[in-house]
Structure formats: structure tokens, C-alpha cells
Design a protein around this ligand. Structure first.
Ligand SMILES: NC(=O)c1ccc[n+]([C@@H]2O[C@H](COP(=O)([O-])OP(=O)(O)OC[C@H]3O[C@@H](n4cnc5c(N)ncnc54)[C@H](OP(=O)(O)O)[C@@H]3O)[C@@H](O)[C@H]2O)c1
Length: 337
């Protein structure tokens, strides 16, 4: 029987990221974990035993289509490989499921547009899983900007990097066209965060450069998004650098920095800011689990018919900027949007 205070979730894939999402679905008061599917025999049961061992009644499916055919499931979480996202989001929508899809939702703008059309037709809610946005530190950043403390935002710098460990090399073993490499793995975050302070602005041009390896994957990239009128967002990401997970925002009267953007749960959230008037401050925020907040938010939106904080329009814009950055790298020139 369906309990309408708890959204009933199914997970499509025994991916590593379930280490974060599965406990979040279990913990969220407005959510219930109903099933998990994997195409690899034994992998779904193993994932469940590892990340939610106390959940005894979760159904195990040996293929994603059987999970989608289960009418008791209302929402599907998709943590499949990047190149598989769009096709499975569309299949889930056709089964009338609401969908939370891991980033990047799709590799092309055309696929995101197809998802938008299908979601409208089947009246379901679909969101791209940029979990970091649900950490309260970004609401605090917006509050500081909206207070006028740093003046009008002119420039942003967003950085996401770490030294890739040998065990993770499979993430760069294929080409960018097949969803592999730094852009789809961490660059999509850096670009998303670089767009953050320009809330309602439309990017007008992109310029980027990158380093590639033999597989056709990129392993580092730097670029600039032009928002017009002298407003620029710089992004810098890669697997050949020490760990950075930060953004900095410079306004006409001062600046601020968010130090742990893609924060691990145990990392203290810190925001520091300064003004031309000589003020300086560092704010230490409470720890928060952005995966849990993301799941609670999505369930709340579906249960109470609200629009999610991350719209499909936002997913489309992010994908468009990524596409233009990749084109800029390829053609070695500035790309107008
Ligand atoms: N939000 C975040 O913080 C975050 C962090 C990391 C990754 N991600 C995103 O989450 C998604 C999944 O990333 P991931 O690193 O967790 O993926 P992953 O472990 O490589 O798994 C991706 C899919 O590949 C299949 N798979 C897993 N292990 C396999 C193996 N040994 N051999 C063959 N197939 C295997 C699984 O499907 P089956 O079970 O059906 O076989 C699984 O759903 C990606 O889109 C990624 O961009 C998000």
C-alpha cells in the first residue's frame, strides 16, 4: 500500500555513489527505499548489504526494466554511467516515474530537450543531481551577495581538482563523447558553481582549453564564461592537481570565498569575506549532509507538487555551456552562444 507521506524510491544501478545516496534515501523522513536493480548478478544485493544493511524488505531486480515496471515505485534514482543517463531517464519517464538523475543528466542539449518534453507529457518531476546545491552554505552565500556587502558581482572563479588515484582510472578510460573524462566527472560541477552567482544571467560566450589523454578523455581544463557587460566566470578543474573544491566571488565592493564546495560530510563549511572598507570575516557553518538534503528536497517537491530548486532549464543551460566549452577546446577559439 502506498503511504503518501513517504515517496517510494527505486535505484537503477549498483553504482559506487550509492554509498552516499542509499543511506540518504533510508534516512530521509519523507522517503522509503523500495527496490534496487543491477544488470550484474548479485551486485544489487551486495550494494544493499553494504550501504543499507538494516533494510530487510528492499526488492532486488536483476534488470532495470523490471524495476521500472514495478507500479509501487514512484521515483527512480539513476546513478548509471554518464552515457546511459538520458536513455534511462526517458524510459523511467515513460513508465510514469519521477526521476532524480546523477549529474550530468545528459551529454547533449537535444537529449535534455527530449527529457523536458517527455516530463511535461507524463507530468512527472525530473531533476539533475547536483547535490552540493542543497548544502545551506550556498544559501548563506546568496544572502551575503543579496545584502550588498560585496557590491555587484563582476567575477567568479570556481575550482575542482584532485589527484586521480589508480583505482579511479576507469573514469578516464573512454572518450569525452562517451561520457568519460574530467569535464563530465567534475567539470560539470565547476561550471555549475561558476554560474551560481549570476542567478538570472544568460551566458553569451565561452573560451576553454584542455589537456587530453590517449583514450580521448580530458584530464584538465580551464575556461571562461562571458556573461556580458564585463561579468566573467572562470572555471578550472582536473585530475593532476592537489585537491581544491572552492569558489571565489568578486564584487564591486569586496569578495567572498566558499572553501569546501563539494564538501564531504565531515568537512567544516567555511565562508570568508572581505570588503574594500577593510572588513574581514570568516564564518564557520554547521556540518550538513547535502545528499540527505537533496533527497528530502526532491521527495518534498513530488509529494507536495512543488518545482525543484534545480530546474530542467538549469540542466539545459549547464549542458549548453559544457558543449560550448568542449567546442572551444576542439576548435581553439571563442564560442558565441
Ligand atoms: N553526486 C556525487 O557526489 C557523485 C559522485 C560520484 C559519481 N557521481 C555520478 O554518479 C554516477 C555513477 O558514478 P559511480 O562512480 O558511482 O559509477 P560506477 O560505480 O562506475 O557505476 C555506474 C554503473 O555502472 C555499472 N557498474 C558498476 N560497477 C561495474 C563494474 N565493476 N563492471 C561493470 N559495470 C559496473 C552499474 O550498473 P549495473 O549495476 O546495472 O551494472 C552502475 O550503475 C555517474 O553519473 C557520476 O557522474 C556523482
Amino acid at each position: 500500500m502506498t503511504n503518501n507521506t513517504k515517496l517510494r524510491w527505486g535505484i537503477l544501478g549498483a553504482a559506487r555513489i550509492n554509498q552516499q545516496l542509499m543511506p540518504a534515501i533510508v534516512e530521509a523522513e519523507n522517503s522509503e527505499l523500495v527496490a534496487i536493480a543491477s544488470r550484474r548478478p548479485g551486485a544489487a544485493a551486495e550494494t544493499l548489504a553494504k550501504y543499507a544493511p538494516q533494510q530487510k524488505d528492499v526488492k532486488i531486480y536483476d534488470n532495470p526494466d523490471s524495476l521500472l515496471a514495478d507500479d509501487s515505485i514512484q521515483v527512480v534514482y539513476i546513478p548509471l554511467a554518464n552515457k546511459e543517463h538520458a536513455q534511462w531517464v526517458l524510459r523511467a519517464i515513460e513508465h510514469g516515474k519521477h526521476v532524480l538523475c546523477e549529474k550530468p543528466m545528459a551529454l547533449t542539449v537535444a537529449d535534455i530537450e527530449a527529457i523536458e518534453t517527455a516530463a511535461q507529457k507524463h507530468k512527472v518531476t525530473v531533476m539533475e543531481g547536483f547535490m552540493y546545491r542543497f548544502h545551506p552554505q550556498h544559501a548563506r552565500v546568496k544572502e551575503i551577495i543579496d545584502s550588498g556587502l560585496i557590491g555587484k558581482v563582476r567575477s567568479v572563479r570556481s575550482c575542482f581538482s584532485y589527484l586521480m588515484q589508480p583505482a579511479r582510472q576507469y573514469r578516464i578510460a573512454d572518450s569525452i563523447e562517451n561520457g568519460s573524462g574530467a569535464m563530465w566527472d567534475i567539470g560539470c560541477y565547476a561550471i555549475h558553481a561558476a554560474r551560481l552567482p549570476f542567478y538570472n544571467e544568460t551566458p553569451v560566450a565561452i573560451s576553454a582549453m584542455a589537456k587530453h589523454i590517449e583514450s580521448g578523455a580530458d584530464i584538465s581544463c580551464n575556461g571562461i564564461i562571458d556573461f556580458g557587460d564585463g561579468k566573467y566566470a572562470h572555471f578550472d578543474f582536473g585530475f593532476e592537481h592537489a585537491r581544491r573544491a572552492e569558489y571565489e566571488i568578486i564584487g564591486t565592493k569586496g569578495g567572498l570565498k566558499c572553501h569546501n564546495v563539494w564538501a564531504k560530510q565531515a568537512e567544516t563549511p567555511v565562508i570568508s569575506w572581505w570588503t574594500e572598507a577593510g572588513e574581514q570575516n570568516e564564518e564557520i557553518l554547521a556540518l550538513a549532509n547535502h545528499f540527505l538534503l537533496e533527497v528530502e528536497h526532491f521527495s518534498d517537491c513530488v509529494l507536495n507538487n512543488r518545482n525543484p530548486a534545480l530546474s530542467l532549464e538549469d540542466a539545459r543551460t549547464n549542458c549548453k555551456v559544457i558543449g560550448a566549452a568542449l567546442e572551444s577546446v576542439k576548435k581553439g577559439r571563442h564560442i558565441k552562444l
